[in-house]
Design a protein around this ligand. Structure first.
Ligand SMILES: *Cc1c(COP(=O)(O)O)cnc(C)c1O
Length: 428
């Protein structure tokens, strides 16, 4: 006889009844189908495990000691405490989302953001959508539906989450013409097929890089080729950054630079190197962006209220050069000595393991071939301890019977907390 649900609910008086009831029903069903006649004690243990798993699925904070600052699985870019508080306040009261108090008229939800973007980048026009994937789709569907788009074979990328350029192109109604080969694409490859196409698309390779016998055509040459032939040029940058700010980024063109060089149309994610919230930012020529703005898709791709608020705050930080407020950007820009200081502080609080030099990835498909110098703590231990750290919400790396905590992606104010957790795990 399996126990009754009500009995199980009584056994977990501290847990929400809805949860225990739902999970108990699920568990009892599973046991029935398996014809498993577990005893009551075992059932209670199994249920406790399910409850715990459920709790771990609720959104919660954790410490990112992987070294990957823009970790897609861990929420990419962080907002500052200041911005998060402002967001909380604005979410808990009514706001002027689409309302203009200046003349009691209906307002546009993205008006100020567009103004900020145009000012920051000196762009003719701008548009924001839900994410960069939506930007790619919107652009292809609006400007290239039933038309041909030239793309290099070497740039038919799949970024995370199964987003393949070739599939997106098909869905958008644009016809893909690939030019060049996997490793080499030359300007003449584009020139040869240009008269069949209405757009040239360049896609940033994002999460991989090619080395050896390879060649691609740079953005500005493609932009010029398209313009000279009255075609549209669109650059999907993936992870754009505002300006030349860091040595590791120096061989990638900044967004400001691309706009200065009159690239017709580009888009990038707001929560990658730009270090804001989830959004897709589109910049470029007024006549192209006007067309995008008139697409019905825009209503479906519009940003949530929370994202608009955070994006507005980040843009203001950029315009005021308050880079400290862009937390993830700061973590990426931190000098390696600042990372070392964090490692030393942590070591002094735990007194186990040793400081080692590391190389961290920026993450989110930004600059996969460039690593940031970093420091971490290496603690030899069993894999159990690594999982115990995870249970206590510290995500680290496991390598050759050691836990490696990379401090590049850890916030200064998290050091004491991470030390407490390590002391619990390693000293019992
Ligand atoms: C990351 C990326 C995207 C998708 O951006 P999201 O903001 O995650 O939707 C599209 N294209 C490229 C090249 C990317 O790197």
């Amino acid at each position: 006889m399996l126990p009754q649900v009500s009995k199980l609910i009584n056994h977990f008086p501290k847990e929400p009844a809805f949860l225990v009831s739902a999970l108990a029903k699920q568990l009892l069903n599973e046991l029935r189908t398996e014809k498993n006649i577990a005893d009551e004690q075992t059932i209670k243990q199994l249920l406790a495990k399910k409850i715990n798993e459920y709790k771990n699925k609720q959104f919660h904070t954790l410490i990112n000691a992987t070294g990957v600052v823009l970790h897609t699985n861990l929420g990419r870019a962080l907002s500052s405490k200041k911005d998060a508080l402002k967001l909380a306040k604005l979410l808990s009261e009514n706001i002027n989302l689409e309302f203009n108090v200046n003349d009691n008229s209906r307002g546009k939800r993205d008006e100020l953001i567009i103004f900020y973007l145009k000012t920051l980048f000196n762009a003719q026009d701008a548009l924001v959508v839900n994410n960069n994937a939506a930007a790619v789709f919107l652009i292809l569907n609006t400007l290239a539906k039933d038309k041909a788009v030239l793309t290099s074979c070497g740039e038919l990328v799949e970024i995370g989450g199964g987003f393949r350029i070739s599939e997106v192109m098909k869905q958008s109604g644009a016809n893909l013409i690939t030019v060049g080969t996997t490793n080499k694409t030359k300007l003449k490859d584009y020139e040869e097929r240009l008269n069949e196409a209405s757009m040239i698309l360049k896609t940033h390779k994002s999460n991989f890089f090619m080395q050896g016998f390879c060649e691609e055509v740079d953005v500005l040459s493609l932009n010029k080729l398209a313009k000279d032939n009255e075609k549209i040029f669109y650059y999907d940058l993936g992870s754009g950054y505002v300006d030349k700010i860091h040595p590791i980024l120096q061989d990638e063109m900044s967004v400001k630079n691309l706009i200065k060089n009159e690239v017709s149309l580009l888009s990038f994610s707001a929560d990658k190197l730009f270090a804001s919230t989830q959004a897709g930012i589109i910049l470029g020529e007024k006549k192209l962006i006007e067309q995008l703005r008139n697409s019905h898709l825009l209503r479906m791709f519009r940003l949530s209220k929370a994202s608009l608020i955070l994006l507005e705050l980040s843009l203001k930080s950029y315009l005021e050069k308050d880079y400290k407020n862009l937390v993830s950007l700061q973590l990426i820009l931190d000098d390696k000595n600042e990372v070392l200081t964090k490692a030393k502080e942590l070591l002094s609080l735990i007194n186990i393991g040793e400081i080692i030099e590391l190389k961290s990835l920026v993450g989110a498909g930004s600059t996969p071939n460039k690593l940031l110098p970093s420091y971490g703590i290496k603690i030899p231990c069993s894999k159990d301890k690594y999982y115990k750290l995870l249970e206590l919400k510290v995500v680290s790396n496991w390598q050759k019977d050691c836990v490696i905590l990379d401090l590049r992606s850890v916030l200064k104010e998290q050091i004491k907390k991470i030390a407490r957790i390590i002391n619990i795990v390693f000293k019992g």
